[in-house]
Design a binder for this molecule. Structure first.
Ligand code: AHG
Ligand code: MN
Ligand code: MN
Length: 338
């Protein structure tokens, strides 16, 4: 809680969602239930992240997921916690999870659901065992089929049609960042009362570009010439100004994007010869991050156009990502758009 004008501010997430809609548009009750479900699940995940080295959830689950990546026990646990919480809402016709190859649905209640939840249950898995921030990313779409259990058609929608998007960052504090299409707000988990409290009523990317660029330069040898030239230009190595004098890279999208959202700059996961469409997944990583970024006054590009305009080809399709201060994303586009 924090004090303003001597009054204790106790605007909880639930309170915000009830009052969020302006008079002519009350937020749909199902959307509120889904967001509250994610928030509840994230409190449990946050607890487990905070004690991971003391629990048997540390380590690999064995096997690889549809992404071809080694699955961590906490990936699977997080997915289960979220599915259990969302089932109770009777608000989704189906779900897409990074950790499951096919569409997920609940036998009996799916038919009533008007929405689709697309989520990355635990982002930044490679950082779980080194105590570096991880997160949960989510995207909510309205179904397009009239009734029944959700279908692939309900899932493969562009980011521009998202109803809501957000992420929970399990960092020094646990924060939930949310957009309902009317700006970006932030909530901080007050563990003493177990509530997400409104701590950032309006998050915007400042008009001046930040000083940091964020990219895994270990991939430099695999980049295209135009991508290499873009990064060298950012650093002033091509004879022009130094656009970004600082580099920051955590290796968790939620952490690298959160810093960019608060301080400006640019985060990029470019295409390379190993990942010709980039590494990050469109439906539950790039699209929600892009909606948040643009709602905060920034830009989100594939290098060839807006991420929010990309029509998904399959549940786990990937896209190059350039998000952050508009002028820096425009600079990236000037190098990358063919
Ligand atoms: P996830 O843990 O959900 O698979 O996501 C990891 C992603 C993203 O969080 C991060 O930006 C990126 O992988 C880091 O990739 P590199 O380790 O290749 O830089
Ligand atoms: Mn991820
Ligand atoms: Mn993940």
């Amino acid at each position: 809680m924090y004090h303003t004008d001597g009054k204790e501010n106790t605007c909880t997430l639930q309170g915000y969602l009830i009052g969020a809609g302006p008079s002519e548009q009350i937020l749909d009750r199902s959307v509120r239930k889904i967001i509250n479900g994610i928030a509840f699940a994230s409190k449990i995940i946050s607890r487990e992240v905070g004690r991971i080295s003391l629990s048997d959830l540390l380590g690999e689950a064995g096997g690889t997921n549809v992404q071809g990546e080694t699955v961590q026990k906490l990936d699977i646990y997080s997915e289960k916690i979220i599915c259990d919480a969302i089932e109770k809402t009777s608000s989704v016709c189906c779900m897409v999870s990074e950790e499951s190859e096919d569409i997920l649905s609940f036998k009996d209640v799916a038919k009533k659901g008007d929405y689709v939840l697309l989520f990355d249950p635990l982002d930044g898995s490679s950082n779980i065992d080194v105590n570096i921030s991880t997160g949960t990313i989510f995207s909510i779409q309205k179904r397009v089929t009239p009734q029944g259990t959700g279908t692939i058609e309900d899932c493969l929608q562009p980011g521009s049609s998202q109803v809501a998007a957000g992420y929970v960052l399990y960092g020094a504090s646990t924060m939930l960042i949310l957009t309902l299409g009317r700006g970006v707000v932030g909530f901080t988990l007050d563990t003493s009362i177990g509530e997400f409290i409104l701590s950032h009523p309006r998050i915007t990317l400042g008009e001046y570009p930040g000083r940091a660029y964020s990219v895994n330069e270990g991939n430099y040898p695999h980049w295209s010439e135009s991508q290499k030239c873009f990064i060298r230009t950012l650093k002033g190595l091509e004879g022009g100004e130094v656009y970004c004098g600082t580099s920051r890279y955590v290796g968790s999208l939620v952490a690298d994007f959160h810093r960019t959202l608060f301080k400006g700059g640019i985060f990029a996961y470019p295409a390379d010869s190993k990942n010709p469409n980039g590494k990050l997944r469109l439906l539950y990583e790039a699209s929600p991050v892009a909606m948040i970024c643009e709602q905060a006054g920034g830009k989100a590009s594939t290098g060839e156009g807006s991420i929010l305009d990309v029509v998904p080809t399959d549940l786990h399709c990937r896209t190059p990502v350039y998000v952050g201060s508009s002028s820096l994303v425009d600079l990236a586009d000037s190098f990358l758009s063919s």
